[in-house]
Design a protein around this ligand. Structure first.
Ligand SMILES: Cc1ncc(C[n+]2csc(CCOP(=O)(O)OP(=O)(O)O)c2C)c(N)n1
Ligand SMILES: [Mg+2]
Length: 654
C-alpha cells in the first residue's frame, strides 16, 4: 500500500516535470499506517465535523496528500487530477490549498504554519468539546518535516500546545536528516525529542519504515495525557536507489532511469499511474473504515437537545446569531446617549462587552498585552488545560504562533477567533495573516497602539509603514475607526466578513466621539463616508483621514472655514471596502473638490487611489520618536494647522 503512494508521487512529479518526490516516498509508511489504521475520517464526507484532522505541514510533500486522497476514494480526486499535478485549474496544485481540494484541511507550504494551525485546531476541538460534549471528540495529526521544526514559529506552537496539554495533538515528524542544502547537520544539531519533552510533550523516536513501530507509537500517543511527538527516522526518497537518502530526491523529478530502478527495487511492476486492483481495493476499504463511526455520530447529533443541536450547527456553518444587530445597535444607542471620549482600543472593549455576549463563538486572546489590547471582557474566563471552556487565551509572547493558531481555529470551524497585539508587531504575524487571506478565513486581529500616537515607547513601537503593508495583502480588510461609534461598526463589519480576515487598528490615546446621535445604518460599510459636509455643499477642499487623524481633519475644516474656504471631511475607516464599492458610490464619497488632502499618521503609499497623485498627503515619511504623543504630532507636522496650511498654499492663499 505504501508503494502505491511512492509510485504515484514519482509518476506525477515526473509528468509535471516539477515537484517533490522525496517526502511522499519517505513518509509513505507513516501515512499508510495512520490512514489505514488510525485516522477517523470518511472519504465520502470530507466535511464531517468530527473527523480527525490531518495537517501536512510540510506542504511541499503535497503528492503524499493527493495520492492518499485518490487512493482512499475521495470522489473529486481522480487519477486524471493526479496526472494534472501542478497544472492550471487542477485539484492538485503545487502545495495543498484549503478550499480548493476536498480533504485538504489547511493551506501549507510556508514551513511551520501547518504545525501551528494544528495547535489551533486542537484548541478548537477541546473548547467545543467542553461546550457540546461527545459530538466533538477527534484527534489532530500533523506530518512535519525538518524545515517545519527549524522554523521559529514551531517553538511558539509547541510551547503553547504543551502548556495547554493538548493531548489529542499528535505530530509525526519525518525525521529524514535531509533538507534542500543537504544533510541537516549542515545547520542543525537540535535533539528534537528533548526539545519537545522540554515543552511538556510526550516524545519518542522510532523507525519510520517499520509499520509495527509506527502503530505502537500512535497507540501510545493516543493514550497520552500530553501532546505527542513521534520522531520517525526515515529515508527521503525511500526506494530510489541512487537519489534516495539525499537532497537530490527532495524537490525535482527523479528521471525515467531512476524511476525504473526504484520500481525494480520496490518490486512495483504496475505501469505509471496504475494501481493494481487488489491494492486499490485495500485503500478504498481504508477510506470507508470509519463510516460506522460517522453514522453513529450522526445519530448522536440527531439525539441532541434541539436547541443545542441548532446552536452547534449554526456555529459550524459560521452563521452569525440574529442578536448581532441588536447588540451593535445597543452599543450605538449608549454612545448616542452618553458620548465617550476614549481611545478606540477602549471603545473596542466597550463593543466586545456586548458582542461577545451575542456571539458565544468568539474566542479572544492576546499575545501578553491583554491590558493594552483591551481584548478581554469582564465575563470572559481564561482557557486553560484545566478548563477548556474558557473563551480568553493568554497566548504568551507568541504573535506568530497566535496568528497561525487562530487560522487553525477558524479552519476547524465553530469559532470566530480574535486576538490582540500591537500594530507594529503585525510584522510578527504577517505570514499567518497572509495565509488567512489566501484561505479566506474569518480571523480578527485587534492591533492597538496604531501610530506615533502611542507616544513614549518610541519608534520601535510606532507603526509607520504597517497600515500600507497590511493594505497590500489581497482581501485582508484593514479597519481604522475614528471614534467609539465607528469602532463598533467596524467590529460588526469584521464579524460579518465571513470569507476573510480583518485587522482593527486602534489607538492608545483618547479620541473625541465625532459621530453624534443615533444612526442605525453602518456608515463604515462603504469603507468611507462624508462625516462633515461643506456648509454650502460646494467644497473646495476634501479632507480625508482615518482613525485618530479624523479629528485633526475636522479641526482643519474649521481653520479653513475661518479663511472662507469651504471644506468637507471624509472618514475612510476601510480602504478595501471603499475601493471595492460600486464606481458611482465611490466617486460620490471621494467627491470632486478642487483639492484633496489626506491625513494619516503613516506613510502615503496606497492613498493615491483616493486622493490622486496630485493630492496632498500629511503623514509620516520617517520613523517616529520617543516623546509624549502631542509633542510627536507637532514634531512630525500632523496637525490641523499644517493640514489647513497645505491646502491654503495649494490655493495660493498662504
Ligand atoms: C518558510 C519557508 N522557507 C523556505 C521554504 C522553502 N523550502 C521548501 S522545503 C524546504 C526544506 C526542506 O527540508 P525538509 O523540511 O526537511 O523537507 P524534506 O526535504 O525532508 O522533504 C525549504 C527550505 C518554505 N517552503 N517555507
Ligand atoms: Mg528533511
Amino acid at each position: 500500500m505504501a508503494n502505491a503512494i511512492r509510485a504515484l508521487a514519482m509518476d506525477a512529479v515526473e509528468e509535471a516535470k516539477s515537484g517533490h518526490p522525496g517526502l511522499p516516498m519517505g513518509a509513505a509508511d507513516i501515512a499508510t499506517v495512520l490512514f489505514a489504521r488510525f485516522l477517523k475520517f470518511d472519504a465520502a464526507d470530507p466535511a464531517w465535523p468530527d473527523r480527525d484532522r490531518f495537517v501536512l505541514s510540510a506542504g511541499h510533500g503535497s503528492m503524499l496528500l493527493y495520492a492518499l486522497l485518490y487512493l482512499l476514494g475521495y470522489e473529486k480526486m481522480t487519477i486524471d487530477e493526479i496526472k494534472r499535478f501542478r497544472r492550471l485549474g487542477s485539484l492538485t496544485p503545487g502545495h495543498p490549498e484549503y478550499g480548493h481540494t476536498p480533504g485538504v484541511e489547511t493551506t501549507t507550504g510556508p514551513l511551520g504554519q501547518g504545525l501551528a494551525n494544528a495547535v489551533g485546531m486542537a484548541i478548537a476541538e477541546r473548547h467545543l468539546a467542553a461546550g457540546f460534549g461527545d459530538i466533538v471528540d477527534h484527534a489532530t495529526y500533523v506530518l512535519a518535516s525538518d524545515g517545519d521544526l527549524m522554523e521559529g514559529i514551531s517553538q511558539e506552537a509547541i510551547a503553547l500546545a504543551g502548556h495547554l496539554k493538548l493531548k489529542k495533538l499528535i505530530v509525526l515528524y519525518d525525521d529524514n536528516g535531509i533538507s534542500i542544502d543537504g544533510p541537516t547537520s549542515l545547520s542543525d544539531s537540535v535533539d528534537q525529542v528533548q526539545r519537545f519533552e522540554a515543552a511538556g510533550w510526550a516524545a519518542t523516536r522510532i523507525d519510520g519504515h517499520d509499520p509495527a513501530a509506527i502503530a505502537a507509537a500512535i497507540e501510545a500517543a493516543k493514550k497520552s495525557e500530553r501532546p505527542s511527538l513521534i520522531a520517525c527516522r526515515t529515508t527521503i526518497g525511500f526506494g530510489a536507489p541512487n537519489k534516495g537518502g539525499t537532497e537530490k530526491s527532495h524537490g525535482s523529478p527523479l528521471g525515467a532511469e531512476e524511476i525504473a530502478a526504484a520500481r525494480q527495487k520496490l518490486g512495483w511492476t504496475a505501469p505509471a499511474f496504475e494501481i493494481p486492483s487488489g491494492i486499490l481495493a485495500q485503500w478504498r476499504a481504508a477510506g470507508e473504515r470509519s463510516r460506522p463511526l460517522r453514522l453513529a455520530w450522526e445519530k448522536r447529533l440527531a439525539a441532541l437537545d434541539a436547541g443545542k443541536r441548532a446552536e452547534f450547527e449554526r456555529r459550524l456553518r459560521g452563521e452569525l446569531s440574529g442578536q448581532l444587530t441588536a447588540s451593535v445597535n445597543g452599543v450605538k444607542q449608549k454612545l448616542a446617549d452618553a458620548p465617550k471620549e476614549i481611545a478606540t482600543r477602549a471603545a473596542s472593549e466597550f463593543a466586545l462587552e456586548a458582542l461577545t455576549v451575542a456571539l458565544p463563538e468568539m474566542v479572544g486572546g492576546s499575545a501578553d498585552l491583554t491590558g493594552s489590547n483591551n481584548t478581554r471582557t469582564k465575563a470572559m474566563k481564561v482557557m486553560s488545560a484545566a478548563d477548556y471552556s474558557g473563551r480568553f487565551i493568554h497566548y504568551g509572547v507568541r504573535e506568530h504562533g497566535m496568528a497561525a493558531a487562530m487560522n487553525g481555529m477558524a479552519l476547524h470551524g465553530g469559532i470566530i477567533p480574535y486576538s490582540g497585539t500591537f500594530l507594529v508587531f503585525s510584522d510578527y504575524c504577517r505570514p499567518a495573516i497572509r495565509l488567512a487571506a489566501l484561505m479566506g478565513q474569518r480571523v480578527i486581529h485587534v492591533m492597538t497602539h496604531d501610530s506615533i500616537g502611542l507616544g513614549e515607547d518610541g519608534p520601535t513601537h510606532q507603526p509607520v509603514e504597517h497600515l500600507a503593508a497590511l493594505r497590500a495583502i489581497p482581501t485582508l480588510k484593514v479597519f481604522r475607526p475614528c471614534d467609539a461609534v465607528e469602532t463598533v461598526e467596524c467590529w460588526q463589519l469584521a464579524l460579518e466578513s465571513k470569507d476573510g480576515p480583518s485587522v482593527l487598528a486602534l489607538t492608545r490615546q483618547n479620541v473625541p466621539q465625532l459621530r453624534a446621535g443615533f444612526d442605525e445604518r453602518n456608515r463604515c460599510a462603504l469603507g468611507g463616508y462624508e462625516l462633515c459636509a461643506a456648509e454650502d455643499n460646494a467644497a473646495i477642499v476634501s479632507l480625508f483621514a482615518t482613525g485618530s487623524e479624523v479629528a485633526i481633519a475636522v479641526e482643519a475644516k474649521k481653520l479653513l472655514a475661518a479663511r472662507k474656504i469651504s471644506a468637507r471631511v471624509v472618514s475612510v475607516p476601510c480602504f478595501e471596502l471603499l475601493l471595492a464599492a460600486p464606481q458611482d458610490q465611490r466617486a460620490a464619497v471621494i467627491g470632486k473638490a478642487k483639492i484633496n488632502v489626506a491625513v494619516e499618521a503613516g506613510i502615503r503609499q496606497g492613498w493615491d487611489a483616493i486622493i490622486g497623485s496630485e493630492g496632498i498627503f500629511v503623514g509620516m515619511t520617517s520613523f517616529g520618536a520617543s516623546a509624549p504623543y502631542k509633542d510627536l504630532y507637532q514634531q512630525f507636522g500632523i496637525t490641523a494647522g499644517k493640514v489647513a496650511e497645505a491646502a491654503l498654499a495649494r490655493l495660493g492663499k498662504s
